[in-house]
Design a protein around this ligand. Structure first.
Ligand code: B4P
Length: 192
């Protein structure tokens, strides 16, 4: 299965990804995590990405596209993967299609977590207190949400037109959301 977990910042992508990868035994490929690891290790890629991430802007497409193309070419992702936080622009979605089509593959499903904006802000400010992530300040959160609406939401149309988009209520307890997500994932398995 080749899946995408989709949603605004704070929707619970990283949170729910764990249950999905456990259920399907596929690697969890989170662009945010890979970028933060590069920032922490002060790699060339990390040094380039940091300024964008700290503002809540998207890292340039070419950086992220190359990073993901390399990652999904690795042995452990041959049989499938869960992408978390990618694609975030229409250009990234088209590039992903090209990379997959080269091997005769396609995205099987996109799981979209739906959460109202006020709840997203509350969650991210709570995370700021708990983890102190540099992009979880109120101003940066507001920019991340605006960037999501302008640049990321348009990606949904591509997948909706293909009939692979599944919309899931992302409100409520983490365990309630997990059950909803896993119900959808289980419904996909027979088609794999
Ligand atoms: P990400 O790391 O993807 O950050 P995110 O959108 O905040 O998602 P995350 O997975 O961490 O949070 P989650 O919703 O699970 O991206 C960070 C930055 O990297 C971007 O701003 C951008 O600069 C760059 N980037 C990443 N991908 C890129 C790309 N493709 N192109 C360009 N740039 C890219 O959870 C948030 C919080 O909510 C957590 O604290 C969690 O505990 C809590 N939570 C989750 N579910 C909950 C629930 N049901 N109830 C209460 N709290 C809940």
């Amino acid at each position: 299965m080749r899946l995408i977990l989709f949603g605004p910042p704070g929707a619970g992508k990283g949170t729910q990804a764990t249950a999905i990868v456990d259920a399907l035994s596929v690697p969890h490929i989170a662009t945010g995590d890979i970028l933060r690891e590069n920032v922490a290790n002060a790699t060339e890629l990390g040094n380039r990405a940091k300024q964008y991430m700290d503002r809540g802007d998207l890292v340039p497409d070419e950086v992220v596209i190359d990073m993901i193309a390399d990652r999904i070419a690795r042995e452990d992702a041959r049989g499938g993967f869960l992408l978390d936080g990618f694609p975030r622009t229409v250009a990234q979605a088209r590039a992903l299609d090209e990379v997959l089509e080269r091997d005769g593959h396609r995205i099987d499903a996109v799981l979209r977590l739906l959460v109202p904006d006020d709840e997203l802000v509350t969650r991210l400010l709570r995370r700021a207190q708990e983890q102190g992530r540099s992009d979880d300040t109120r101003d940066v959160i507001e920019n991340r949400l605006a960037v999501y609406r302008a640049e990321t939401e348009p990606v949904l149309g591509l997948y909706r037109d293909r009939g692979v988009l599944h919309e899931i209520d992302g409100t409520g307890d983490i365990s309630e959301v997990r059950e909803r997500v896993l119900t959808v994932v289980r419904s996909l398995e027979p088609a794999a």
